[in-house]
Design a protein around this ligand. Structure first.
Ligand code: APR
Ligand code: PHB
Length: 409
């Protein structure tokens, strides 16, 4: 089997983080093998947010997988907020001096990355069972797994843990070497995907008496909606009709008039969580993307954070192989975590602002309304939302700009 023997980097997980890393390493001439626990179809069946910051879209362009994204992605220069029955617009473009976001489904992005990998003939093992990581603390990393009834072993220089929140990589680090920060929110998001035109041209975030809702989209004829629901709710309680009825209640008159309903293509409930592991490097093992941190989806930052982790680890690996320097790899954790914590803060803040918190009582609700009233009627408040939503520049807060290793010969 192609994966047996030795490679430079073993990537665990073929979500967006693992696939993008594989692609960028390939372009840089670094060998990598991806091991994925699930089937390709299973990975492509997951529905997740698809709001790309410019930094992420640029990186996908660099990875030579940006063609369909540029063609089919929807450029959004703003989004709406419906708060206590009143509509506001966050003019992303105007408030940030020209920045926008790109709406492109994560499933489509994953498919583009898989196709590019397949076309380049790069090795991916799907349905790899019992993946286990070894030796990363003493510079002799290797990975073992089972596939087709046989045991396999792959020796490598580095292991990239791109295996998501429930993966094996973070779980393999000694407890004394890692610190984990976590907050679980007292509600979940019930999501519904439908082959219907979206209720408005831009995304609409809704906060009101009945709780949070979000009207999003995948294209001009595919919409994605979410409702804040209690954590105790089961999917079986929510027929499509019940979902549409509740969404109508959270919308305003205009929204109700424009809403087009239809049968669901997918429906699921996801809990909301803020989570960060520190550090993100353990010898020759790196945690990348959801394996190292989770944000609640309110700010749509999950994929964007994964992309910047990938950029930083790629830069470090290129520097290692081209210049035999570990400087970039040594900085990986610190560089990522600064950006991660900023996005954690924004995602937590936006979540706190827009959801109903059952335990906060009437005082909490009034303070939340007052904060929204201030933010949405102040230029500074609107700008704070906008500049975080489009994503802070990669160099934000850095005093000395880093060299771009890919520019060197
Ligand atoms: N062995 C091999 N593969 C594994 C293992 C394992 N033990 N555990 C998990 N995986 C795989 C999962 O099946 C999944 O395909 O790792 C992959 C992790 O992918 P994601 O969960 O998508 O994580 P990531 O690539 O970091 O994604 C970052 O995309 O999926 C969203 O919410 C996520 O927005 C975030 C962004
Ligand atoms: C989505 O389209 O799934 C989506 C968009 C924006 C978010 C979260 C999810 O903040």
């Amino acid at each position: 089997m192609a994966a047996e023997g030795r490679t430079q980097v073993t990537i665990i997980g073929s979500g967006p983080a693992g696939l993008l890393l594989g692609q960028l390493l390939h372009i840089a001439g670094i060998d990598a093998v991806i091991l994925e626990r699930r089937s390709r179809e299973h990975v492509l069946g997951r529905i997740r947010a698809g709001v790309l910051e410019q930094v992420t879209a640029d990186l996908l362009g660099e990875a030579a997988v940006g063609e369909r994204m540029r063609r089919d992605g929807l450029v959004h220069a703003g989004f709406g907020m419906l708060v206590q029955g009143r509509r506001h617009r966050i003019d992303l473009h105007g408030l940030t001096g020209g920045s926008t976001v790109l709406i492109y489904g994560q499933t489509e992005l994953t498919r583009d990355l898989m196709d590019a990998r397949h076309a380049a003939g790069l090795p991916t093992v799907y349905e790899a069972e019992g993946v286990s990581v070894h030796g990363f603390e003493d510079r002799r990393p290797y990975v073992t797994w089972r596939h087709d009834g046989r045991e396999h072993r792959l020796d490598c220089d580095f292991i990239a843990g791109c295996d998501g929140f429930h993966g094996v990589c973070r779980a393999s680090v000694p407890r004394s070497a890692i610190r984990e920060y976590e907050r679980v929110y007292p509600f979940g998001w019930l999501g519904l995907l439908a082959e219907t035109p979206p209720v408005s041209e831009e995304l609409l975030y809704i906060s009101g008496e009945r709780g949070f809702a979000l009207c999003s989209m995948r294209s001009h004829d595919r919409s994605r909606y979410y409702l804040q629901v209690p954590l105790t709710d089961q999917l079986s309680q929510w027929s499509d009709e019940a979902f549409w009825q509740e969404l109508r209640r959270r919308l305003d008159e205009t929204g109700r008039e424009q809403l087009v309903t239809g049968p669901s293509v997918e429906k699921s409930i996801a809990p909301l969580r803020s989570f960060v592991a520190e550090p993100l490097r353990f010898g020759r093992l790196f945690l990348v993307g959801d394996a190292g941190h989770i944000v609640p989806p309110t700010g749509a930052k999950g994929l964007n954070l994964a992309a910047t982790d990938v950029k930083y680890v790629t830069d470090g690996l290129i520097e290692f192989y081209r210049e035999r320097s570990e400087a970039g790899l040594d900085e990986y954790s610190v560089r990522c975590l600064r950006r991660v914590w900023r996005a954690e803060r924004f995602s937590w803040w936006l979540t706190s602002l827009l959801h109903r918190f059952p335990d906060e009582g009437p005082m909490g609700a009034k303070l939340q309304q007052a904060e929204l009233d201030y933010l949405l009627n102040s230029e500074a408040g609107l700008r704070t939302i906008a500049e975080n939503y489009v994503g802070l520049p990669l160099q934000f807060g850095e005093t000395t700009p880093r060299r771009d290793t890919r520019a060197s010969p």
